[in-house]
Write a protein that binds this ligand. Sequence first.
Ligand code: GDP
Length: 286
Amino acid sequence: IRWYPGHMSKALEQISELVRKIDLIIEVLDARLPYSSSNHLLEQVRRNKPCIKVLNKNDIADPAATRAWVQHFQKNSGVRALPLVAKNIPEVKSLVKLCKQLVPHRGNPGYPIRTMVVGIPNVGKSTLINTLAGKSIAKVGDRPAVTMRPQQIPLNNGILIFDTPGLLWPAMDDQGGAYRLAASGAIGANALDYTNVGVFAAAYMMRRYPELLKERYKLAELPETPYEVVEAVGRCLGCIMSGGVVDVHRAAETFLRELRAGKAGRISFEEPGTPEDVEAELLRFA
Ligand code: GDP
């Protein structure tokens, strides 16, 4: 997707229009980066409707960071945050239960809770809708909300859902956010240099998960700089060019692929309230 100002305002307008007709918003965020995978403009069109922030992909997020985010959201805005894995049926059932708690006057087949699932591309909206429905109804794939013809699907659990997710664009208001989105795989890295994103991720891992780095890439000691970490990862994974030199670009790419798949362990890219000086320090390396 390429978001243009026209697309953005259309998408927001459409969501704003749909919000009128519903009882509850399900906002899907990536548990690994709840801040940058959100779009604060949603708040402007929410019309005070109850909102559940689903922290999806919790299977690959750092459990401690996720716990901190749940507390953060509870404390700050009174909205409910629920970590889950979109394909996990029992966990999605607990989401249905929470919907019923928040909209107690509705929630049976004759009088269902009308809801819509919103979020940026790739956070797992379609997967969640399909699990909620118990079958494949949401079209997987990234399409701006501009092109959608919303259709309401009654589920047999007292929920009525729009079958096409409301697509938002990510909060890329700072360079760190853009790097974190790229590192997590939420946005393609063609807009940004892959090597820089890899080095940024290495800097973050050195600070936050040094033990995971050492273990996965068999490092007795951590190198001094994030760039050297990427080189060390490249050596460990065999990203070597002729002459025995590490192919840093390929190393960075492989490193990011590993992180996104949870190969180095469960990691999150954001914690609530990361101080600005830490942010600046991480960016210095990229
Ligand atoms: P959408 O663009 O928001 O509709 O996202 P999709 O539902 O198409 O999912 C995007 C990608 O994330 C797909 O490859 C899914 O398999 C993957 N995904 C969705 N939910 C989860 C989850 O809970 N955990 C993990 N690890 N991957 C997920």
